[in-house]
Design a protein around this ligand. Structure first.
Ligand SMILES: NC(=O)c1ccc[n+]([C@@H]2O[C@H](COP(=O)([O-])OP(=O)(O)OC[C@H]3O[C@@H](n4cnc5c(N)ncnc54)[C@H](O)[C@@H]3O)[C@@H](O)[C@H]2O)c1
Ligand SMILES: O=C(O)C(=O)C[C@]1(C(=O)O)C=C[C@@H](O)C=C1
Length: 305
């Protein structure tokens, strides 16, 4: 793969930035990768593991001369970071982000962007419950979606170059309206995280269920909940505060369905339960048969019942 950007600046050296650094290096798409982290400890780790070609002490030094700048910080501070870097951005640079919500990030960042800058919001739909500069790995984005929510006046040429960048990192790229993005992610990521947090909180509240029992006896479903509930609290606080409407809409619907299932259990309405679980199973199998879940076991094609 050949170089796409001369200098890529990563602001905030956590899971996503460190994965971008590894994947960009693997693909050879950046002439130089420059990183900025606000804490001296993180900068020290980043230097020690040689995460980037250069680690800077200030955001200004990181973005100066960069033709691509990616904001890899929690969504709640995107606006502050955008404001701080704005005067130092190179002429015609592309600025992007990796935030899990898009409408609020656009509202926070766009007003600070000078006219010569091309702001292209992005969301790689790939992650783990880990955080920090050591947690990244080069295959994180392989075969995952990266959703771009370009603004109406985005230059076609800059968008094409940026799309090539994410494809080179291993992602499939798709384009979405920011509000639609936030609604889709509320269903597929944000509400499920809140449900996992709640379920683990409930288990923790039960006096008989000690921490060790939760881990020791957890079946696959609950094990996934505990993994997800170990995700970064700052990141997820910001996700919910910046995707309020869509998350509340989905949680409202979720609660209605949950009450209906609760009622079916109480009244012994096995038919309702069976019909419901049959419908949800068909959805899962449909996804697998359509080839949309590359991680999934082969249940949909004649595997175990
Ligand atoms: N973790 C995931 O699964 C995942 C997946 C896709 C997108 N995202 C998004 O990516 C972004 C980063 O998430 P992450 O998982 O890499 O988090 P992380 O906690 O691993 O890294 C975030 C980094 O930002 C730094 N930071 C926080 N506030 C800052 C500030 N004001 N100025 C400079 N640096 C600051 C933190 O110190 C940390 O190093 C978030 O917006 C998140 O929504 C996360
Ligand atoms: O696998 C995980 O740990 C994740 O939760 C990753 C996940 C997701 O919900 O799929 C979480 C938030 C992101 O914005 C994108 C990806």
């Amino acid at each position: 793969m050949s170089q796409i950007y001369e200098r890529v600046a990563l602001i905030g050296l956590g899971l996503i930035a460190s994965s971008i650094a590894h994947a960009a290096r693997r693909a050879g798409v950046a002439g130089e990768i420059v990183g900025y982290a606000r804490s001296a400890e993180t900068r020290g780790i980043a230097r020690e593991i040689e995460l980037c070609d250069r680690i800077t002490e200030t955001m200004q030094d990181a973005v100066e001369g960069a033709d691509l700048v990616i904001l890899c910080v929690p969504v709640g501070v995107m606006g502050d970071v955008a404001k701080e870097i704005a005067p130092h951005l190179a002429d015609g640079a592309t600025v992007s982000d990796v935030g899990s919500t898009k409408r609020a990030v656009i509202a926070a960042v766009q007003p600070h962007m000078p006219g010569h800058i091309h702001f292209i919001p992005a969301h790689p739909v790939a992650g783990t419950e880990q955080s920090g500069p050591r947690s990244g790995f080069e295959t994180l984005f392989d075969n995952r979606w990266c959703l771009l929510t370009p603004l109406p006046d985005t230059s076609d040429a800059k968008l094409e170059t940026f799309t090539q960048f994410w494809r080179a990192l291993g992602s499939n790229v798709d384009f979405m309206d920011p509000d639609h993005h936030d609604l889709v992610l509320a269903v597929t990521s944000h509400a499920p995280h809140l449900i996992a947090y709640t379920m683990v909180g409930v288990a923790d509240d039960l006096s008989r269920v000690t921490d060790s029992e939760v881990v020791k006896y957890s079946a696959a479903g609950f094990r996934d909940f505990t993994r997800i509930a170990a995700s970064d609290p700052t990141m997820w606080r910001d996700v919910f505060l910046t995707n309020k409407d869509a998350t509340l809409e989905i949680l409202g619907r979720f609660t209605e369905e949950l009450f209906a299932l609760q009622r079916a259990i109480r009244t012994g309405d096995g038919e309702h339960l069976h019909d419901y679980f049959t419908r949800t199973r068909a959805i899962r199998r449909g996804v697998i048969e359509a080839g949309q879940d590359t991680d999934a076991p082969d249940f949909g094609r004649g595997g175990p019942n």
